[in-house]
Design a protein around this ligand. Sequence first.
Ligand SMILES: [Zn+2]
Ligand SMILES: [Zn+2]
Length: 123
Amino acid sequence: MRIGRCLCGAVTYSYEGEALWTGHCWCESCRRATSSPVTTFLGVPKSAFSWTGMQPKPYKSSPGVNRWFCPECGAPMAYDNDKWPDEIHLYAATLDDPHSFWPEERYYFGERLPWSPAEVDPT
Ligand SMILES: [Zn+2]
Ligand SMILES: [Zn+2]
């Protein structure tokens, strides 16, 4: 079982098993949602996932898309999209043990900012 939490610790989660996929996203929507030049995700099945502390709040960032955040500290926690109804996409930096994680894919690399850290390019 893997666990994760927000900055203040009010919102916590756990999931069983392995991530379906992992990767960095450089898209503008993620950038603005997290105020960071790159966002790192892992996708897990909703059936293996549960919120274990305070429920996060959703922000509808585009049609069919929720970006979940901690109502206490504001930390971005997760993304879900009607396109993938069985998945929840967690921000990898919220993992309790992020060192045991490695991102494999890259998404929207063409949208990256010229000053985005080069070392996050996994290729
Ligand atoms: Zn919090
Ligand atoms: Zn994105």
